[in-house]
Ligand binder design. Structure first.
Ligand code: NAD
Length: 513
């Protein structure tokens, strides 16, 4: 591990194994069972930490609730200054945190740095936003009355996050929640607990330097049971949950049962439509990066290519030959394109998906398989695979979180491709590759893509923080990050002020005493 500077990165980030003394970041509530974090890169134990108990959870809630009482009084632009300082600290720790992300989660080093860059970007965005939490003013129908709306901080935001973006999803939520005057309790994925501690250490420094209450940012480590404590707790008005559709359905029901708000960012089944007018070179780059980047473990990973029959052979051949160039191996080595899956359970799901597509009548075009031998000791490295399939196959309808790409042929006009594109449960990201204006506009129109993200001449994978991020249907309907996504972190209030000496009623109602 020292070869790639992981030890140094852990030391810089203050992440310690329990055997080295305190494992905890500041304001990390953890007195429970031991959670070991193994790297999918080399299968080695990175560190052991303690999980949070239900008593720890209770302490976190009390601390957060108390912190909210003071933090909400701080003017929003001053809260923006705190987030600006947080962004600065992230810049200083970009290399160390990016390396830890890469080593604990298994994404490439460049993507690890990219993930930290997203955190920095959302901080910059939030700082500007801290002076723009605008409400509207309206003209009252009553004389001598003024009407307007304002947004107030809401309270404790509970953040439940997935393993594949172990740090950025937290920042997307916290940077906005903090400028809005909320405080946060974060339960990272049990697969990436050390990333959670590293982030908590970074923000804890900022909080300390500014003499703010520690409960502004609380960390609890553990599995779904801790998540369940959060979702059923009326002291948490908003739960932001990122992960599988299966998890989202459980979380949504638990939060709705107490009439709380939830922001859900769930699975995708993203397709690129390749029309006869597509630029094939751009298509290949977009599709291959989309399908194999992060070893197919992005919510926006390209899972399906819907290709017109007239260009099918050409696109297929170009993609198959691009797959032959892919180098699979240690993601900290910048020569490799594809790193490992998160764990051996994910490998099993990948293998099962390839068996299933054949069983359903599909044809394997690029053989998959699990890699063994030197450099692959963790058992988590797999070959990116391609199969010719039908959109209606059960396995195609399902999100397999691995580098498996399905090629689907369409004929006729773009509406037929759109039927396939929209003909799945999920609705996160979508793309069309075309130089035909009519096709592009049709794809973006009301009868076009039903996804939260619809791109023209770029792939499905990744997004900029400036736009609202999220998707429809089984993806959960939530939006976070840019645009006006901040509004979900605040409570809206409509105010009417009467500055006359009489009390006229609305709708002309008379009530004389
Ligand atoms: P997962 O659903 O297994 O776990 C996500 C988180 O939910 C974890 O922290 C887990 O402990 C928690 N959790 C699980 N069950 C829970 C319950 N009943 N109550 C409360 N919390 C519970 O997901 P994963 O394997 O970590 O991540 C992969 C999935 O996440 C994929 O489906 C991917 O598409 C999705 N994802 C979506 C987005 C998005 O923005 N739409 C972003 C990243 C990942």
């Amino acid at each position: 591990t020292s070869q790639f500077g992981i030890k140094e990165a852990l030391a810089q980030l203050g992440v310690k194994d329990i055997n080295e003394g305190t494992s905890t970041g500041l304001h990390h509530f953890a007195n429970g069972e031991i959670l070991e974090s193994f790297s999918p890169v080399d299968g080695k134990l990175i560190g052991s930490v303690k999980m949070s108990t239900s008593q720890d959870y209770e302490k976190a809630i009390l601390s957060a609730t108390a912190a909210f009482k003071t933090f909400r009084l701080m003017p929003a632009p001053q809260r923006g200054e705190i987030v600006r300082q947080f962004g600065e600290k992230l810049r200083q720790n970009k290399e160390a945190l990016g390396k830890l992300v890469s080593y604990e989660m298994g994404k490439s080093l460049q993507e690890g740095y990219g993930e930290v860059q997203e955190m920095i970007d959302i901080c910059d965005f939030a700082v500007g936003l801290s002076r723009q939490l605008h409400g509207l003013t309206m003209h009252s129908e009553r004389p001598g009355h003024r009407m307007y709306e304002q947004y107030h901080p809401m309270g404790v935001v509970g953040i439940i996050s997935a393993f594949n973006f172990p740090v950025a999803v937290w920042a997307w939520n916290t940077a906005l929640a903090w400028i809005c005057g909320d405080v946060c309790i974060w339960k990272p994925s049990e697969k990436t607990p050390l990333c959670g501690i590293a982030c908590q250490n970074i923000i804890a420094e900022v909080i300390k330097e500014n003499n703010l209450p520690e409960g502004i940012s609380c960390l609890i480590n553990g599995d779904y049971k801790l998540g369940e404590l959060m979702t059923s707790d009326t002291r948490i008005p908003l739960i932001s949950a990122t992960g599988s559709t299966r998890m989202g359905k459980i979380v949504a029901q638990a939060v709705a049962a107490r009439l709380g708000k939830s922001l859900l960012e769930l699975g995708g089944n993203n397709a690129i439509i390749v029309t006869p007018d597509a630029d094939i070179k751009m298509t290949v780059i977009g599709a291959v990066f989309g399908a194999v980047g992060t070893a197919g473990q992005r919510c926006t990973s390209t899972r399906r290519l819907i290709i017109h029959e007239s260009v099918f052979e050409k696109v297929k051949d170009a993609i198959v030959s691009a797959y032959k160039q892919l180098k699979i191996g240690n993601p900290l080595d910048e020569n490799n394109h594809v790193g490992p899956l998160i764990d051996t359970d994910a490998v099993k799901m990948y293998s099962a998906a390839l068996d299933k597509v054949v069983e359903e009548g599909g044809t394997i075009l690029v053989e998959g398989g699990v890699l063994t031998g030197e450099g692959y000791e963790s058992g988590c490295y797999v070959k990116p695979a391609i199969a010719l399939a039908q959109n209606s196959f059960e396995i195609v309808q399902h999100e397999t979180f691995a580098p498996v790409l399905y090629l689907i042929k369409y004929s006729g006009d773009v509406d037929n491709a759109l039927e396939y594109q929209n003909g799945v449960g999920q609705g996160l990201s979508s793309a069309i590759m075309t130089n035909n204006l009519r096709e592009a506009e049709r794809f973006l129109s009301v009868v076009g893509s039903d996804c939260g993200i619809a791109n023209v001449n770029i792939g499905t994978s990744g997004a900029e923080i400036g736009g609202a991020f999220g998707g429809e249907k089984d993806t959960g309907g939530g939006r976070e990050s840019g645009s006006d996504a901040w509004k979900i972190y605040m409570r809206r209030q409509t105010n009417t002020i009467n500055y006359t000496t009489s009390l006229p009623l609305a709708q002309g109602i008379k009530f004389d005493l």
